[in-house]
Design a protein around this ligand. Structure first.
Ligand code: 3PG
Length: 305
């Protein structure tokens, strides 16, 4: 069977080699398309039985072009780029690879936070993380890794996640919160790890950000869609002490940069999971899951039912 790996943002070469080895060893055939266009995707899916992607948009049109497609695996956590309803209608199983790239994202949180606290390394006096409080919004795999690393910095850690029991957070030395207003008003740093859903899109804006303590830093390694950009911009205008870092440029990135200069920082492309290790882990897991589904319907991480 043919397994198409289509990634606009390529995996590290060693990860590609490992994916290739796993697919070849299974007796399936690999087609690799990196940095492809939409047209390339529509052409390549034509005879694909399995499809592995990252943040690449897989909508009903792609599925209409893929009559043989049985399984799509998102090599990563967030699957807001895949039309689940269309997949279900087409009889396609969609899976993600939870946890495989979460440490990489968590490490980038601190990479960006330290950079902001040291004024983007411009030589002026900055501040430390030790003893400061961090609020984690969503205590999934990334949130848990963020909490683990924060302890090493000697930070106080709180988290909010309506799907996670208090005991789970407490076992990891994290104070459970139950109100998003508390998360923002009690923490110097707020790190977002919520998925982009109908409920969360545009949910972080003026009212919440204005609650942050003096010198607050908002960190977004989740999705740009969860931010109400107009509201955040207004808050940054009114509160010159606040800063915003985001792993992916907001829609209004240029305006943010023009208005707030070194108070904001955006990666040029989503970089959280862009490490050799995360690429390897997520890519190999995706290949193995695709093979297992095609072989005997293994669907442990199916996200469309
Ligand atoms: C994820 O959801 O797994 C991360 O945001 C990484 O996405 P990427 O594979 O596009 O880098």
């Amino acid at each position: 069977m043919k397994i198409l790996v289509f990634t606009e943002k390529p995996f590290a070469p060693a990860a590609v080699k490992a994916i290739e080895d796993v697919i070849n060893a299974s007796g399936n055939e690999l087609e690799l398309v990196e940095r492809g266009t939409r047209e390339d995707l529509l052409a390549a899916v034509k005879n694909a039985n399995g499809l592995i992607v990252r943040s690449d948009v897989i909508d009903a049109e792609v599925m209409d072009h893929a009559p043989e497609l049985k399984v799509i695996v998102r090599a990563g956590a967030g699957y807001d780029n895949i039309d689940l309803e269309a997949a279900t209608k087409h009889g396609i199983c969609v899976m993600n690879t939870p946890g495989q790239n979460s440490n990489a994202v968590a490490e980038l949180v601190f990479g960006m936070v330290v950079m902001m606290c040291r004024n983007q390394y411009n030589g002026t006096s900055g501040s430390e993380l030790k003893g400061k409080s961090l609020g984690i919004y969503a205590f999934g795999q990334v949130g848990r890794n963020v909490a683990r690393i924060a302890k090493g910095f000697d930070m106080k850690v709180e988290a909010l996640d309506k799907f996670v029991k208090d005991e789970v957070m407490e076992a990891e030395g994290v104070k459970p919160l139950h109100d998003v207003k508390e998360l923002f008003s009690q923490n110097h740093f707020v790190s977002l790890h919520i998925p982009a859903t109908a409920e969360t899109k545009n949910s972080i804006g003026y009212d919440l950000v204005m609650l942050m303590p003096k010198g607050g830093v908002l960190i977004n390694t989740a999705r740009k869609e969860v931010i109400d950009e107009a509201g955040l911009m207004k808050a940054l205008e009114e509160r010159p002490d606040l800063r915003y870092v985001s792993d992916i440029r907001p829609a209004a990135a240029e305006e943010f940069e023009k208005k707030f200069a070194a108070r904001v920082f955006f990666t040029p492309k989503k970089m959280g999971a862009q490490t050799a290790e995360a690429n390897f882990n997520a890519g190999v897991a995706a290949a193995e899951q695709t093979i297992a589904y095609l072989k005997d319907g293994w669907n442990k991480f199916q996200v469309n039912k």
